[in-house]
Design a protein around this ligand. Structure first.
Ligand SMILES: Cc1cc2nc3c(=O)[nH]c(=O)nc-3n(C[C@H](O)[C@H](O)[C@H](O)COP(=O)(O)OP(=O)(O)OC[C@H]3O[C@@H](n4cnc5c(N)ncnc54)[C@H](O)[C@@H]3O)c2cc1C
Length: 376
């Protein structure tokens, strides 16, 4: 997200230094790379990063029942995350951003960023510092920002795999397989799938992935892990500092996807940084316009996502099987196929509420647990 914020700030006239501890932005292999076509547009890139289009999903219940969702158009794409990172970096440099690779930020003292490179220490003075340094953000800690809501652990393997449907992803919802979240199989490069899960149970989580791979009879070629922060920090702005993307925990709690929301917020951060640093006395509200504007765009969906995640976390496998019984109904599946949007889960929920009979069945079946959906 750093490259997106940097490019936007540069396009708005600011002088920008992008500091990265790796040779290029790191960790592409731990991301599944499922995004909406809208996310690519938002990133300002072309379809060159897309490996395949996704038109549907096969969702597995704990008892083995499956629900198939088939849309007529591409609802998501699987991307090459390495190419996305490089594309965003290239676009930032074209906009005039100065890139400092292999440079680790080790401190922040009153708008001075302390950088270590090849054993030497440098100090860079900035009117605005944007921390896009991932889920364990040091910038957020140095700026004394409140913590993210929750941290999940995501684990992902790459394996040789020939999917039954190359334009479908598979989701496994099972509290014993991936406690509190779900597991996935996503076809990526030809003959290769990304197989992963996320969970709240960080301790012993690798055993869950091992079991899942055994269940699918797959041998991993490579395994990666990463934190997924959900529930944005209560404050993402301090004096001269903003945090974006995973550093701000702007990830979608329903799916763990952070690219779309992070890019939206990073663009706003870049605009606000340029406005603030170019006006002679800075904005009278400091960097608060960033806090207000990203929350206006994203907060409603992220809050709803947190409610859905809380509800789901409290369900047991018997209750999940029951929801599948209700959902495995042609008219509801048609609603999901028509309104399904990975960036805006509220659309599908609103459409499902137009089916009061089924909703009433869920209400009677889950009773008080539905109180977690306070936003509805
Ligand atoms: C298993 C898994 C699967 C996922 N799948 C998806 C998906 O399918 N779709 C989706 O949208 N999202 C997905 N995500 C989430 C997505 O990967 C993140 O939301 C996204 O990478 C966040 O980008 P970011 O730039 O905020 O942080 P990061 O990608 O973590 O980047 C942080 C950058 O900061 C640099 N850095 C950190 N500290 C320093 C320092 N001190 N000095 C200099 N540089 C530093 C790092 O090298 C890195 O380049 C997944 C996450 C996981 C763990």
């Amino acid at each position: 997200m750093g490259a997106v914020a940097a490019r936007t700030a540069a396009l708005h006239g600011a002088r920008v230094l992008l500091v990265e501890k790796g040779a290029t932005p790191t960790y592409p292999d731990r991301c599944t790379g499922i995004i909406s076509p809208r996310c690519i547009e938002e990133a300002g890139l072309d379809g060159g990063v897309v490996l395949r289009e996704i038109k549907g999903g096969i969702i597995h219940a704990p008892n083995g029942r499956t629900v198939r969702i088939e849309a007529t158009d591409a609802r998501a794409v699987v991307i090459d995350r390495r190419l996305l990172n490089l594309g965003l970096l290239e676009a930032a440099q074209e906009a005039g951003v100065e890139f400092a690779p292999d440079s680790r930020v080790v401190g922040l003292e009153d708008k001075t960023v302390i950088i270590e490179r090849n054993g030497d220490t440098y100090r860079a003075q900035a009117k605005v510092v944007i921390g896009a340094d991932g889920p364990r953000s040091h910038v957020a800690a140095w700026a004394k920002l409140p913590p993210p809501g929750q941290l999940l652990l995501g684990l992902q393997a790459m394996a040789r795999y020939e999917p039954e449907k190359p334009d479908h992803i598979e989701i496994f919802v099972d509290q014993e397989l991936a406690p509190g979240f779900f597991a996935w199989v996503v076809p990526a490069e030809e003959g290769i799938a990304r197989i992963g899960l996320a969970t709240y149970q960080v301790k012993g989580a690798s055993a869950f992935l091992k079991r899942f791979l055994e269940q699918l009879k797959l041998k991993p070629l490579k395994i990666n892990a990463g934190l997924i922060p959900i529930g944005p920090r209560a404050q993402t702005v301090a004096d001269g500092v903003m945090v974006v993307g995973d550093a701000a925990a702007q990830t979608k709690p329903t799916s763990g996807g952070g690219l779309y929301t992070g890019i939206v917020a990073a663009k706003i951060a870049g605009e606000v940084a340029a406005e603030h640093s170019l006006s002679p006395r800075g904005n009278s509200n400091g960097l608060m316009p960033y806090e207000n504007r990203w929350r206006e765009r994203l907060d409603r969906e992220l809050s709803l996502g947190m409610s859905l995640r809380r509800l789901f976390r409290n369900l047991n496998n018997r209750e999940i099987n029951f929801i599948f019984d209700v959902l495995d109904n042609k008219s509801l599946i048609d609603v999901v196929a028509t309104y399904g949007d990975i960036d805006y889960p509220s659309l599908i929920l609103k459409a499902l509420l137009q089916h009061p009979k089924e909703w009433w069945r869920v209400f009677r079946g889950l009773g008080t647990k539905l109180s977690a959906l306070e936003l509805l």
